[in-house]
Design a protein around this ligand. Structure first.
Ligand SMILES: Nc1ncnc2c1ncn2[C@@H]1O[C@H](COP(=O)(O)OP(=O)(O)OP(=O)(O)O)[C@@H](O)[C@H]1O
Ligand SMILES: [Mg+2]
Length: 506
């Protein structure tokens, strides 16, 4: 093992009541590194941190500290301390006593020479002088050295958070875990504290593992960012890597502002999107469907006809050193920045340098349900949802014996398809979402929403963990509960076993 690695998570999985919230998560964290775990609410960030701290035990997998498995070590035996989202200070103690609290309980090994001249080792409390020295040092690091006597209830939010940090670092951990420590602060205070935390990290020289759902915070402070999605690691890299080379539309959308489009490779290193053909540096097979990411600052506006495509300026916001424009190109929107003052309604051309076009593999292009089956009424069952479907489309030239049944007639024979296993495919844009929960054959919660140029791409998850991915021009928010419907003819069905297996022999 690389000895510069302090913490190693190996295929760590955590389940609560059978639901997987952290899924085979592996990561090596180097000594002295500032690593940020970034992801939306509920993706498993806190759970991951709590497993490192020892407040939760992994369901499977291992956590190594300096190469040794600590999965079974209780929290107080780990050289790790945590700063929580809501700083739990003792309101009736002053700053000094809050910070000294843990130190007064701490015992350290001390070696004496007894009367007979033998060396003996004992566990002893720290001396008052040692406690004073350590508290003073911790308070100096968090910049509260003049405040020892202050009542914590008289401190500002930012100062209280600093006391919480001092209380964690005074124990001299090798690793400091910080779970959204700045989320209770206002924007200005948060910005100042980001800079101070970075400075504390430098002074202390220990490892920081920081959790946040704020991408700006992650970009400004971290040596490396870990992007989490649904309990899994989606991408890990330096802030520059993650910003410039996102591996998926999910990461691109999460980090910084981006334009995301569906595209097609039309020749070697040429990609078509926004109705034009752009040169790019990524090589994908011709005709492959791809996703294209362009950052607003990389869009170059010019005289109409001089770029790759033309568009019309529809929106304009002055942002100090530049304008942010929204340009309509056909039905798509391009968000861009430009220092020239342009008029809303004017025509512009759009060009993007080939290095600034990020082409990505498209994960899926349609929903695929491997474990669907047919019920006695001839409905297609996906998870626990039953949808009307066109059973006769399973076998060319067949027809249904009777409406609302599951018997198929083909070539003079009868086939009972009740319980037959099928694979069902359905295009994203054939999945219709609605606020009217009475209308659909399934319902679920929106767990992901990514804007792709001229529409949104959603993932709707049902209570029994079935996902419906949908493309829609309409806007929903994460956590909205929606109905999902799919027209019978929109399913592409395939029997998993040969048709003969279902023949009815009279
Ligand atoms: N003790 C528990 N019992 C059951 N489910 C839990 C428990 N702790 C967390 N979960 C669930 O695990 C999932 C991940 O939770 P976690 O707190 O790790 O998310 P998070 O990424 O920290 O989110 P946030 O940004 O909102 O803090 C959530 O669905 C949550 O409800
Ligand atoms: Mg959390």
């Amino acid at each position: 093992m690389d000895d510069s690695c302090i913490i190693s998570l190996r295929n760590v999985t955590k389940e609560f009541d059978g639901t997987v919230v952290v899924d085979s998560f592996s990561l090596d964290i180097r000594k002295g590194e500032f690593v940020t775990i970034l992801g939306p609410s509920g993706c498993g960030k806190t759970t991951t941190l709590r497993m490192i701290a020892g407040f939760e035990t992994p369901t499977s997998g291992e956590i190594l500290l300096n190469g040794e498995d600590i999965s079974k070590l209780p929290p107080y035996r780990r050289p790790v301390n945590t700063v929580f989202q809501r700083y739990a200070l003792f309101p009736y103690l002053n700053v000094y006593d809050n910070v000294a609290f843990g130190l007064k309980l701490k015992k350290v090994e001390k070696t004496f020479t007894d009367r007979k001249g033998n060396k003996v080792t004992k566990l002893v409390h720290l001396s008052p002088e040692e406690i004073d020295r350590r508290v003073a040092h911790a308070l100096e690091i968090v910049d509260l050295d003049e405040m020892e006597e202050r009542d914590v209830s008289t401190l500002s939010g930012g100062q209280q958070q600093r006391v919480a940090i001092a209380r964690a670092i005074v124990l001299e951990p090798q690793v400091l875990l910080l779970d959204e420590p700045l989320s209770a602060l206002d924007r200005k205070m948060r910005k100042d504290m980001q800079i101070e935390l970075k400075e504390m990290h430098r002074k202390l020289g220990i490892t920081f593992i920081y959790v946040t759902h704020d991408q700006e915070e992650a970009l400004t402070m971290s040596d490396r960012i870990v992007v989490m999605k649904d309990g899994t690691l989606e991408q890990v890299g330096t802030p520059e890597d993650i910003y410039n080379e996102p591996v998926s539309a999910y990461v691109a959308d999460f980090i910084g502002e981006s334009n995301i489009y569906n595209g097609t490779m039309v020749e070697k290193k040429k990609v078509r999107f926004l109705g034009g053909v752009f040169s790019c540096v990524d090589d994908f097979p011709v005709n492959e469907k791809v996703e294209v990411v362009v950052r607003p600052e990389d869009v170059v506006l010019g005289t109409p006809g001089k770029g790759v495509v033309d568009g019309v300026i529809e929106g304009k916001i002055f942002q100090g050193i530049h304008y942010s424009y929204s340009v309509a190109v056909g039905k798509s929107e391009v968000v861009c920045r430009d220092t020239h003052d342009r008029k809303v309604g004017s025509k512009v051309s759009i060009h993007v340098a080939k290095d600034n076009i990020q082409v990505m593999h498209k994960d899926n292009i349609e929903n695929e349900y491997e474990d669907a089956y047919i019920d006695s009424e001839g409905h297609l069952v996906i998870g626990e949802d039953a949808f009307p479907c066109d059973l006769a489309s399973l076998v060319k030239g067949s027809k249904l014996e009777e409406e609302g049944g599951s018997v198929l007639l083909y070539d003079g024979k009868r086939y009972e398809l009740k319980d037959a296993e099928v694979r069902a495919n359905v295009a994203f844009d054939a999945v219709k979402m609605s606020d009217d929960l009475e209308t659909g054959h399934a319902q679920g919660r929106v767990i992901s929403a990514v804007y792709i140029g001229d529409h949104y791409h959603y993932i709707v998850r049902t209570d029994d963990e079935e996902d419906y991915e949908a493309d829609s021009p309409y806007e929903w928010l994460i956590n909205d509960v929606v109905a999902v419907d799919i027209a019978p003819e929109a399913f592409r069905l395939k029997l998993k076993k040969p048709l003969e297996e279902y023949e009815i022999h009279e």
